[in-house]
Design a protein around this ligand. Structure first.
Ligand SMILES: Nc1ncnc2c1ncn2[C@@H]1O[C@H](COP(=O)(O)OP(=O)(O)OP(=O)(O)O)[C@@H](O)[C@H]1O
Length: 257
């Protein structure tokens, strides 16, 4: 058994989230590690996306949203006033439900991050980084001859892989995915799921999904949320075959949600 403390990337302790007076997340504690893909599942409105957004402070952009508790990345408090949020979001990248490439070329979509973070001293470095990120995202062969075409002209599935390439171009430690396949057809979905398998271990990955089959396919750890609380968290195989909590059992057997 590997030493899990070595691979631990993020820890959340007693995290609560409020939108104004409404509490959307209630005292959630969880670990995100490098070796496992962690899936967040639960019925609509249970707080999966809200919690995911706390992990790279995307909630900062929502007025009235407030976070309590402590979230650490490599032992560092990400809500500390000394934390550079732009830097944090490069270290903890995010892929959204709807593919959202910039209205720029395929090349520029991927080059953007390395450029603003000053990671590429020369054009040749940037070219290499763009190619490497597109390869890791499983898109290189499909786009290598059309790097100057607009990213928005790609198919939905290709756009989503472009967004994954954009996130990994800055060499993040964590990749957060918020229902990354919900706008995609089954073939494009299968490609993203395959990609998640390939990226596992290289980055710590957390994925929100309302598709339980998808959670079972792509993750090794599952967190089941209900009404803002983390009901159960453990090995995906256990959660789906032998849940400890009645509420988890009801959800995975389709009794609600
Ligand atoms: N920007 C916001 N302002 C106010 N309330 C919000 C906001 N975003 C989410 N909420 C509320 O917080 C709760 C959790 O929402 P969240 O979107 O995190 O749930 P979810 O589990 O991701 O749902 P879904 O699967 O439907 O996306 C819901 O009651 C929702 O209405």
């Amino acid at each position: 058994m590997e030493n899990m403390t070595e691979t631990l990337k993020m820890t959340a302790r007693d995290v609560s989230v409020f939108y104004g007076a409404k509490q959307a997340i209630k005292s959630v504690s969880i670990d995100i590690d490098m070796a496992n893909v962690t899936a967040f599942i639960g019925p609509s409105g249970c707080g999966k996306s809200t919690f995911l957004r706390t992990l790279n402070r995307m909630n900062d952009t929502i007025s009235g949203a407030r976070v309590e508790g402590r979230i650490e990345l490599d032992g560092e408090d990400i809500y500390a006033s000394s934390m550079d949020v732009v830097q944090l979001r490069a270290r903890v990248g995010m892929v959204f439900q709807k593919p959202n490439p910039f209205p720029k070329s395929i090349y520029e979509n991927v080059a953007y991050g390395p450029r603003i973070h000053g990671l590429a001293p020369a054009k040749a470095d940037l070219d290499r980084m763009v190619e490497s990120a597109l390869r890791k995202a499983g898109l290189w062969d499909e786009v290598k001859d059309r790097l100057n075409e607009s990213g928005t002209a790609l198919s939905g599935g290709q756009q989503q892989r472009l967004c994954i390439a954009r996130a990994i171009a800055v060499d993040p430690e964590v990749v957060l995915m918020d229902e990354p396949c919900s706008a995609l057809d089954p073939i494009a979905t299968a490609k993203i799921e395959e990609l998640i398998h390939e990226l596992r271990g290289r980055y710590a990955i957390a994925i929100v999904t309302h598709n339980m089959q998808q959670a079972a396919r792509v993750s090794q750890k599952t967190a089941f949320f209900h009404l803002g609380t983390l009901v159960e968290y453990g090995d995906t195989s256990e959660i789906f075959t032998n849940p400890r909590e009645e509420r988890t059992k009801d959800y995975i057997t389709g009794r609600y949600g």
